[in-house]
Ligand binder design. Structure first.
Ligand code: ZN
Length: 169
């Protein structure tokens, strides 16, 4: 396990459409572990493989629902994710990205999504999410298609330190 260097904008590798994962071997398990280590070290709530220089369709998310007092962080590994549902309703909110340091932007996202993917061992899974978690998934899945939030943002700005603390990236 290791903390890897995060690839930063405007690196061209962030713009590639990543390849599907086909082999769920030991090396792949090590990659997923490195992604969690790197995300926690940053710290962030989500990370996509291209952000550590691996052009593969895998994202990890670790999210705590602050609205629940007993909430524990929930971990997700989505391999080769595909949307099966995106709500018509959208929400605009502020997000940031570990690959675009120092900036934040207002982005419109689907309020809820349903995603089919494989887990880290290749087993099919279905995940439903709404609100912040849905936003995180959409942000991370964009990464594996070479899309950054700044492409979608209505407005990009330099947040103050206090503002930055409020933003989950
Ligand atoms: Zn990002």
């Amino acid at each position: 396990m290791a903390v890897r260097e995060i690839v930063k904008f405007p690196a061209p590798s962030l713009r590639l459409k990543a390849k599907p994962v086909q082999v769920f071997d030991k090396d792949f398990q090590a990659l997923v572990d490195d992604m969690f280590d790197t995300m926690r070290d940053a710290p962030g709530v989500g990370l996509a493989a291209p952000q550590i220089g691996e052009s593969l369709r895998v994202v990890v998310v670790e999210y705590t629902d602050d609205e629940r007092e007993d909430a524990k962080p929930k971990k997700y590994v989505l391999v080769n994710p595909e949307y099966v549902y995106k709500s018509e309703e959208t929400i605009s909110d502020v997000e940031a990205c570990l690959s675009v340091p120092g900036l934040a932007g207002e982005v419109e996202r689907h309020q809820s999504v349903k995603i089919q993917a494989k887990n880290r061992f290749g087993k099919p899974i279905t995940v439903k999410a709404s609100g912040w978690l849905a936003r995180i998934f959409q942000h991370e899945i964009d990464h594996i298609d070479g899309v950054l939030y700044i492409d979608r943002a209505a407005r990009v700005f330099q947040p103050t330190v206090e503002e930055m603390e409020q933003i989950k990236d």
